[in-house]
Design a binder for this molecule. Structure first.
Ligand SMILES: *[C@@H]1O[C@H](CO)[C@@H](O)[C@H](O)[C@H]1NC(C)=O
Ligand SMILES: *[C@@H]1O[C@H](CO)[C@@H](O)[C@H](O)[C@H]1NC(C)=O
Ligand SMILES: *[C@@H]1O[C@H](CO)[C@@H](O)[C@H](O)[C@H]1NC(C)=O
Ligand SMILES: *[C@@H]1O[C@H](CO)[C@@H](O)[C@H](O)[C@H]1NC(C)=O
Length: 199
């Protein structure tokens, strides 16, 4: 019984494997051709300015923060455009605490375009006494407050005339500043952004 079934099964398996192999080859070739035609490059981001309009502890120990951030987004591509879609989320973190949040506007970024974006981030943190203490200690000891800026940005890529499905850009920036006082000149001592995306 078993040996009678083995023949057709083997042939079926062989065909399936060949088909899968062919499909992988075709998808690979298509991806290769698309890559050669469009020569995609990763977008670049930098944080140019940070202004703080509010950073105060209220009597019930909640911290109110409003940051004004200037982000430069550069699309280095000659043939690829980027639609920044709704549902964008930006947050600024100190250690494990999110201090303020906001979002980027919807816009289309064309080929080789550099766009300067001004975003207002605001937020409230409850029970912020220990946070403020550790922040002040770190500033006094090192002269630097290390912040992290995270962006989750839904986008659609435009290849020539084709608008592709939505993907999420994930940008993480390290942002070392010298102080966090409202209405002060904040110097960015060091900043660098990492780019990634998920489907
Ligand atoms: C926080 O401080 C800013 C500037 O120091 C001031 O303009 C604002 O009214 C304060 N906000 C609160 C809620 O105390
Ligand atoms: C603390 O005060 C702020 C405004 O003064 C208010 O928005 C917040 O809900 C208060 N938090 C608590 C826990 O009462
Ligand atoms: C870049 O794109 C923005 C947003 O679409 C637009 O306002 C701006 O004019 C463009 N800049 C150039 C140089 O084309
Ligand atoms: C800036 O930050 C990077 C990564 O955190 C670090 O390697 C570099 O030494 C820093 N540069 C300065 C001038 O602090």
């Amino acid at each position: 019984m078993a040996s009678q079934q083995a023949g057709p099964l083997l042939i079926f398996l062989c065909w399936t494997l060949s088909l899968v192999f062919l499909l992988i080859l075709l998808v690979g070739a298509a991806a290769g051709i698309l890559y050669l035609v469009f020569q995609p490059e990763l977008p670049k981001y930098s944080i140019d300015r940070l202004q703080i309009t509010q950073f105060n502890l209220t009597s019930n120990s909640s911290l109110t923060a409003t940051f004004d951030v200037t982000i430069t987004a550069r699309n280095p591509n000659k043939k690829v455009g980027v639609y920044y879609e709704g549902g964008s989320h930006i947050s600024v973190w100190y250690t494990g605490t999110s201090l303020c949040q906001g979002s980027l506007p919807r816009f289309y970024q064309g080929h080789r375009n550099t766009t300067v974006l001004n975003v207002v981030l605001s937020g409230q943190t409850e029970d912020a006494n220990t946070l403020i203490t550790s922040l002040q200690q770190q500033q006094q000891q090192t002269g630097i407050i290390p912040l992290n800026l995270r962006v989750i940005q839904p986008v659609r890529i435009k290849l020539g005339e084709f608008k592709l499905m939505e993907v999420k850009f994930r940008v993480r920036c390290r942002l070392d500043v010298d102080n966090l006082a409202a209405n002060n000149a904040i110097n960015i001592r060091n900043s660098s952004c990492k780019f990634g995306f998920t489907i």
